[in-house]
Design a protein around this ligand. Structure first.
Ligand code: BG6
Length: 459
């Protein structure tokens, strides 16, 4: 079984986690720049300093053989206050980055918004305010105009579902706004639908898709209550977002959840028409792990061990539990390559759209040996297992157009600092000391290069 010759072998980053230069060249502040970092983790001011090292970094990506680089554009570099005045230096930076990729034949895959809402918009309510929706459309119009002839793959919003379910951890929602959560979600979905349409109108030969984090989940036992819990979590975590993105329809199970939880949702007929009119060309998605759930009961408490990025608990509906059949990463995330296959097959059977994997990877403590080598065999092993399942998925008839693991280069984790590394390229800094920020190729760099060269035929 072979993958298509034009398969987009890539790797990913996001602006606020990799760029640094948080206040340089006219950039405005985002919610990530002003939040209090988690204890023991650094702020996002310097990150991997990709802003100043982008030429060196893209040259390394080219050496690794990448066919695609998925990065995000910091909204506040283009529009420092979120809307209104455009910052020419910010426009120029991404223009240069895109050109640098194209110089090496690397396809730029651009995420428009990756967790870094402009702080000025946040001050007036963020996504609870429908004006943010207009600002996003304004931002998108600038991006399509500036880069539309060069960028053919666009992603609207990274992990909207995680921003809703994990907002306080990611730094995208504020305590006390829970009752407005699903109304904000609705505005984001509307903004996305408008931008799908705008993209097709302005750059008809480009493709655009959503980029949620999707994984199908398991019932802990065959107890009917556990199965019901999984029905709810799959709807609330996955299908709510994709049903609207693809079909323009609210998922009824998710609506029932919102209703029972007392979440306010004000939706007009006209808005439903907008949601229906915006269509994606593909589904981009991030996958790290599945999670396992049991039904709610008086004695079920949220399980901190399962309560990582993917494990969720909601006392009235589902409780995340540990899956005893799966191993854990250093940071407590369960590893489930077969779940990757199940997730893709289920998504494809539901929506019949091409799939693009925009994140998948292993966060680990990497060690530089005395000879300068970084022997991240655990990462190679993780990726190998997932790519093997990807091949099985394609063999089963699923249209997968590319694979962009997280991350192209080391960067700062959303809430677990710099020591949780994902990259193929090591960045010489740690949580407290910026050191020289020099780049070093990990063992996985050489492994991925070979894999791309042989189009994963050996797996
Ligand atoms: C995804 C995000 O949630 O997972 C990335 O899109 C993030 O921004 C990645 O970095 C890994 O999560 P974490 O918490 O380990 O950084």
């Amino acid at each position: 079984m072979s993958l298509p010759k034009n398969f987009l072998w890539g790797a990913s980053t996001s602006a606020y986690q990799v760029e640094g230069a948080y206040n340089e060249d006219g950039k405005g502040l985002s919610v990530q720049d002003v939040k209090d970092p988690f204890p023991g983790t650094p702020n996002f001011n310097v990150c991997s300093d990709h802003y100043h090292h982008y030429k060196e970094d893209v040259a390394l990506f080219a050496e690794m053989g990448l066919k695609a680089y998925r990065f995000s554009i910091a909204w506040t570099r283009i529009l420092p206050t979120g809307s209104g005045e455009v910052n020419p230096k910010g426009v120029e930076f991404y223009s240069n980055l895109i050109d640098e990729c194209l110089k090496y034949g690397i396809e730029p895959i651009v995420t428009m918004y990756h967790f870094d809402l402009p702080n000025e918009l946040d001050k007036v309510g963020g996504w609870t305010n429908p004006k943010t929706m207009d600002a996003f459309v304004e931002f998108a119009t600038i991006l399509f105009k500036e880069y539309g002839t060069r960028v053919k793959y666009w992603l609207t919003i990274n992990e909207q579902n995680m921003m809703i379910l994990y907002g306080p951890i990611i730094g995208t929602t504020k305590p006390g706004q829970e009752h407005l959560l699903y109304q904000s979600n609705h505005y984001m979905l509307l903004a996305q639908a408008k931008v799908f349409k705008l993209c097709h109108d302005m750059i008809p030969d480009a493709k655009i898709g959503p980029a949620p984090n999707i994984s199908v989940n398991y019932p802990h036992t065959s107890k009917p209550e556990d199965n019901l819990a999984v029905l709810y979590i799959n709807a609330v975590r996955n299908w709510l977002y994709l049903d609207i993105a693809v079909w323009g329809k609210y998922n009824p199970i998710a609506l029932d959840y919102m209703h029972k939880k007392g979440f306010k949702l004000d939706v007009s007929d006209e808005e439903m028409e907008i949601l229906k009119a915006g269509k994606p060309d593909f589904i981009a998605f991030n996958y790290y792990s599945t999670a396992t759930f049991e039904g709610p009961s008086a004695d079920v408490k949220p399980n901190p061990e399962a309560d990582q990025q993917i494990g969720l608990s909601d006392e009235a509906f589902y409780a995340g539990v540990k899956n005893e059949f799966l191993p854990f990463t250093d940071f407590g995330w369960q590893i489930d390559p077969l779940g990757f296959r199940t997730t893709m097959m289920e998504m494809y059977a539901r929506y019949h759209l091409p799939l693009l994997i925009t994140e998948n990877g292993l966060g680990a403590y990497d060690r530089v040996e005395e000879d300068g080598s970084i022997n991240d065999d655990y990462r190679i092993d993780y990726l190998k297992q997932h790519i093997t399942e990807l091949k099985h998925t394609v063999e089963a008839g699923v249209d997968v157009i590319g694979y962009c693991p997280w991350s192209a280069i080391d960067l700062i984790s959303t809430h677990q600092g710099f020591e949780k590394r994902y990259g193929f390229i090591y960045v010489n800094r740690d949580n407290d000391d910026l050191k020289d920020l020099s780049r070093m190729k990990k063992k996985s760099f050489f492994w991925y290069k070979e894999l791309i060269e042989e189009n994963a035929e050996s797996l």
